[in-house]
Design a protein. Structure first.
Length: 190
């Protein structure tokens, strides 16, 4: 069972003394209860509730980039050590930045995570004042340029095929041992 989610209509506003409130986050949020303020902390108040804005498009985009990078590394290694052809994905830095920062800019949220200390009671049953509140903001670097509203900037990901080279035909295996006890002598195939 995952953490509970607040619905799409959730809005958190920060009230100012001059009367105008500022919307700091809106939309679906994951909510979770934790004992320590942060992982590894040993001192201070206990029991917090944190709400984190979910950006599934960012999660999917970054996951896809990581999968393609790992797949490319595996293809290069497989070609080198097993003499099998493969393919490599080449991504531009701007494409990777778009996967990370475009969902943040599109969400228009000022705060990504809101942490609140749960209220406590003293021995008389009165609520103790002065709970901690922490706001963790979004970060988009100044150097990243967002595509204009309505425009779609296509991510440039090129697929390059890796043919088997002559030096890959017989992989180098300086070891006198086989990979497995039943492997033929000099075998380095995985």
């Amino acid at each position: 069972m995952g953490p509970p989610q607040l619905d799409n209509k959730t809005e958190i506003n920060l009230s100012r003394s001059f009367g105008r409130s500022i919307e700091i986050t809106a939309g679906r949020m994951l909510t979770y209860l934790h004992k320590q303020k942060s992982p590894g902390s040993k001192e201070g108040p206990q029991w917090y509730v944190s709400m984190t804005g979910s950006l599934p498009d960012q999660d999917l985009g970054v996951t896809l980039m990581i999968q393609r990078a790992v797949s490319s590394l595996w293809s290069v290694s497989r070609r080198r050590y097993t003499a099998e052809p493969g393919e490599v994905y080449i991504m531009t830095p701007l494409g990777v930045q778009d996967a990370i920062y475009a969902p943040i800019a599109a969400s228009l949220n000022v705060v990504r995570t809101l942490g609140l200390e749960l209220p406590k009671q003293d021995l008389d049953g009165e609520i103790i004042r002065g709970q901690e509140h922490e706001l963790y903001g979004e970060h988009v670097p100044k150097g990243w340029i967002e595509a204009k509203k309505g425009d779609f900037r296509e991510s440039e990901i090129k697929l390059i095929h890796l043919p088997v080279r002559q030096k890959d035909k017989r992989p180098i295996n300086p070891s006198r041992r086989s990979l497995l006890p039943f492997s033929p002598d000099g075998s380095s195939r995985v």
